[in-house]
Design a binder for this molecule. Structure first.
Ligand code: S3P
Length: 437
């Protein structure tokens, strides 16, 4: 992580080279959680050394799980079994991680002991009733702060009973919390989704030996099952790769190869959106890594045109809108986003914060409650408030590469939550990005 808490981004060189992107955040969180609950010793390779995922590992260490780090991005987890977690002596700090907090809420609601989950300033503003209310239907007792936000005070020792629940919002975090609680519940737990979301929990529980029935938009498991230790291989995070896909698309003369990126179809909506915009992105060396489809992504500069982002793609690119907004800013013709109200409750209000940032750089952005229309134009200079949102910071570092002046981005330290070393990797590829002033 860089020492400075701001960046100065400005046009650099055409982006060139072969990049290795760090491990997937969603899969890394789940890998230590499920390995901790398993019987036996599991290894995790490609673990994301981000603050979010480390916070999750630290929470399990505080509940008596031995986790070794023999080398960076590798963990050896000594599982304690589904009934082996110990009461933590103090509140568990999830840092910036919504995934950590929401999944832990499901798991801890089923334990014999009481626990408290807290987070940083950004996480402390995020809605938790979406997870506590359906968990209450299983019998869980969780108190939220005023307004349904963290901290979460979880009352242990509650008998849980399986439910058949249809989610109000498409959320893999809520689905996963219910499935984790369901593992401890009497009978079956069924989760149905309005639109299929990432299925890492389902896939990984199956890899840990749990009998689980799942198909897009549906998951069902029986309570009382145990997990069997296994080895997990984490692919590179598509959401981190996204910034380089957009950067190389918009900086003339660029050509990048991103090695072995995870291409789970529930994550790659941006790939489809960029291709609809005319991006030149090819897949090479396709394979399977840790049960996930992967491929090298070869991206070359190409003129982009504005699109109406198909609403069906929104859940599959939910974390990629900051990057998409920058692509849209550089396209020919406006881009329209709809059906993306969830963006308002991410690490920041990503619709509002991206619109404000692009306006600072001279663009017109029309905001609606669930979307925006981005009117492209030349990007000027200015100071961007990231609102401590890692993806906003990285998105504007990309914008700086095509700006006519300097783009100063404030509060970039949170980039370490998901993409430690982004600035060094980006500079190596040709970015003009100064973090040492
Ligand atoms: C995640 C699910 C998504 C996503 C987040 C990671 C996960 O959140 O935005 O970055 O790992 O399950 P929601 O479930 O709130 O949509």
């Amino acid at each position: 992580m860089s020492e400075a808490n701001h960046w100065a981004a400005r046009a650099g060189a055409p982006l060139r080279g072969t990049l290795t992107i760090p491990g997937d955040k969603s899969i890394s969180h789940r890998s230590v959680m499920f390995a901790a609950l398993a019987d036996g010793v599991s290894t995790v390779d490609g673990f994301l050394e981000g603050e979010d995922t480390r916070a999750t590992a630290a929470s399990f260490a505080k509940m008596g799980v031995r986790i070794e780090t023999p080398s960076p991005s590798r963990r050896i987890v000594h599982g304690v079994g589904v009934d082996g977690l110990q009461a933590p002596a103090a509140p568990l700090d999830c840092g910036n991680a919504g995934t950590g907090m929401r999944l832990l809420a499901g798991l801890l609601a089923a334990q014999r002991f009481d626990s408290t989950l807290m987070g940083d300033a950004s996480l402390s503003k995020r809605p938790m009733r979406r997870v506590t209310l359906p968990l209450a239907k299983l019998g869980a007792r969780i108190d939220t702060g005023e307004g349904g936000t963290p901290p979460l005070r979880i009352h242990g020792g509650q008998p849980l009973v399986g439910i058949d629940h249809t989610l109000d919002v498409a959320s893999a975090q809520v689905k996963s919390a219910l499935l984790l609680a369901g593992l401890y519940a009497r009978g079956e737990t069924v989760v149905r989704e309005p639109h299929p979301t990432r299925d890492y929990t389902e896939r990984m529980l199956a890899a840990f030996g749990v009998e689980i029935d799942y198909s897009p938009g549906y998951a069902r498991l029986r309570g009382g099952q145990r997990l069997r230790a296994t080895d997990v291989a984490v692919p590179a995070d598509f959401s981190s790769a996204a910034f380089f896909l957009v950067a190389a698309s918009i900086v003339p003369g660029s050509e990048l190869r991103l090695r072995q990126v995870g291409l789970n179809p529930r994550r790659t909506g941006l790939l489809q959106a960029l291709r609809l915009m005319g991006a030149d992105i090819r897949e090479d060396n396709a394979g399977v890594h840790g049960g996930e489809p992967v491929a090298d992504l070869l991206v070359r500069h190409a003129p982009l045109h504005g699109i109406e982002v198909p609403e069906t793609l929104v859940p599959d690119m939910i974390d990629e809108f900051p990057a998409l907004f920058i692509a849209a800013a550089c396209a020919n013709g406006p881009t329209v986003v709809r059906g993306a109200a969830e963006l308002r409750v991410k690490e920041s209000d990503r619709l509002g914060v991206m619109a404000a940032g692009l306006r600072t750089l001279g663009l017109r952005v029309d905001e609606t409650p669930d979307g925006a229309t981005i009117h492209p134009g030349p990007l000027g200079s200015g100071t961007i408030e990231s609102h401590d949102d890692h993806r906003i910071a990285m998105a504007f570092a990309v914008a700086g590469q095509v700006a006519t002046g300097e783009v100063c981005i404030r509060e970039v330290a949170t980039v370490a939550t998901s993409f430690p070393g982004f600035d060094t990797l980006a500079r190596g590829a040709g970015f003009g990005l100064d973090s040492s002033f």
